[in-house]
Ligand binder design. Sequence first.
Ligand SMILES: Nc1nc2c(ncn2[C@@H]2O[C@H](COP(=O)(O)OP(=O)(O)OP(=O)(O)O)[C@@H](O)[C@H]2O)c(=O)[nH]1
Length: 659
Amino acid sequence: MKAPDTMPPHHARSRAWLLLLLVALLLGGMAWGLSHVYQEREQRYRHQIEGSLQAVNQLQLRAVTDWRARRMAEAAALTQDSLFARAVAQWRGAPSSPQQAALRERLTILMEQVRYTAAYLVDAQGRLLLDAQGAVTGQLPEPEQQALQLALAQARPVVVELRRDPAFAFAFYGLIAPLFDGTRALGAVWLLVDARATLYPLLETWPNHSPTAESVLVQRSGDEVVSLSPLPLRGSESGALRLPLVQGGRDPMAMAATGVRGAFYAHDYRGQEVLAVASAVADSPWLLLSKVDVGDAFTDAQRREWLGLSLFVSLGLLSLGLVVLLWQWRAWRRERALKRELERNLRWLDNAQKAATVGYFTYETRSEAFVMSRMASAIFGLPDEGRMSLRQWMTMLHPDESVQTLRIHGQAMMERTPLRTQYRILRHGDRQERWVEVWGEYSQASENEPLLMTGTVQDITERKHTEQQLARYRVALEAQVRLDPLTQVANRLALHEAVTQEWSRAQREGQPLALVMIDVDHFKAYNDSYGHVAGDQCLQQVATAMSALLGRAGDLLARYGGEEFAVLLPGADAPAAMAVALRLQDAVRQLALPHRGSACCDSVTLSMGVTSLQAAHYPGADAAQALFQQADAALYTAKQTGRNRVVLFGADCMQALHS
Ligand SMILES: Nc1nc2c(ncn2[C@@H]2O[C@H](COP(=O)(O)OP(=O)(O)OP(=O)(O)O)[C@@H](O)[C@H]2O)c(=O)[nH]1
């Protein structure tokens, strides 16, 4: 099965960081771009707003200047009106009603056409003579009196600047137009303009309605600055606003009075931050101040700006959201594919575990707990909960192997070597004894991470049973291989192995080793007399009798071949071996097996050759052959010297040995 195409965790982590960095850079770039655009546009709007306020100011300035010029021109025209002057001179010389009526009419026309509030004819001393209604009495107020003298002296109209006078309920603007009859000063016409009617409306022309916009005419008066026109934002407060220049600070009126011109920012009499434009009205002491609250002026611009920006930001966020959505969607799809792959693999692994009865587990050294797969839990006879504590596991170990198992586990953990072990457990639930084989490896992701062992566990109970049966069978088989089938004593192979083994031991321990070679006398004749089957039985009886006699550990009776036997006697010196041999001979004699074919006796007899060697005197393994040769030579001598006897190897046997 193809493994899912997964990415190593550190690669996935670094990719996530890279992505985060990119997003941060993108957002940072966007923020920088936005603030840059915002600042630039704010600057542009600021200039626009300042420009538009300046334009309004200029417009109003032009209107006010024109208004003054027109007034002056009209006054000049009156001064130049020689007909009117002559009429005044005649009326002064000889006052008559028709002439007075003509003069009144002229004054009325003047008021109606040029919208003067009042027009008085005064004499050269400033006494009031006539107005549009008729004759009047009184004296020019002081400022007008001074203006009259100046006008008469200069022979041209003189302005009496806008002011309030207790005699009038309104602020008024006055002009003194001197009249001359030739070079004789006749007096003057005092023209009064109610500023409310024609001047103030000029300051209310604003292209855009702004609740905080206002224009005001101001004039410096000594150390003060005085408002000449109403301030709508002052509300109900009436009268002129007077502001000492030393306290003016950043008041726009004070700043204008001290020479600031153009657009500037200030704090007005309400304490509001305002954008103001100040300009001087030509040929007058007036200053025109137009202002608007900064907050108000910029609100609209900001609203438009924010709208633009929010559209931009919304678009940015929308595209970012779309990218994130796309990314999420792709991640979700990839995750779903991986999940499916993982589920397939887990199913496959589960099936594989079931088929192989292999479970997998993880052992966490920090929590001292095994986290196990379903199959591993089943092997340990636990419910399908997937966890087993170290203590729980230890109590399951078979008492015979628990120490060794713990030692092997501990060693693998200490040395970080692969763990390969088999041990028995006693399951708690069903009390069954099971064999398990565990393969595991310890690992540690980093210094700070806990040591972890992952591995597999397999139930090998059946395999173990089979192995044990095989072992038993093998032992039995091996025993069979070394057993003589007829007599059930050891065969020649077993004898040779025993001789080699005992010879080595005898050499190590410095002990003697004795061998007795035994031959049934005239056995051919026995077969001939009683038959081969009887011969077999005879051999069996002889073997059984001799076997019953040998009781010492290590003593071995073997059938050497045919009717020949051998007895190996570890630790027996020559006399001891002789004694055993004689007892064996006696045991067979006592069987009293009839043997009519024997030339030496009526019953079955044995001939024996005995030898005992001190192994230390024969270095080298092959020297064991000497044992056989000597025993054989002794047996040969026994046969040669009449049979039914025991001969100890000695000098008399040497000839047989050599032959
Ligand atoms: N019944 C039986 N006879 C066997 C067996 N093995 C060997 N023999 C017989 O034992 C006889 C041995 O004869 P020989 O070697 O001539 O020796 P012997 O007749 O005993 O004469 P001596 O040894 O000189 O006393 C042979 O006839 C073999 O056939 C066996 O397993 N069963």
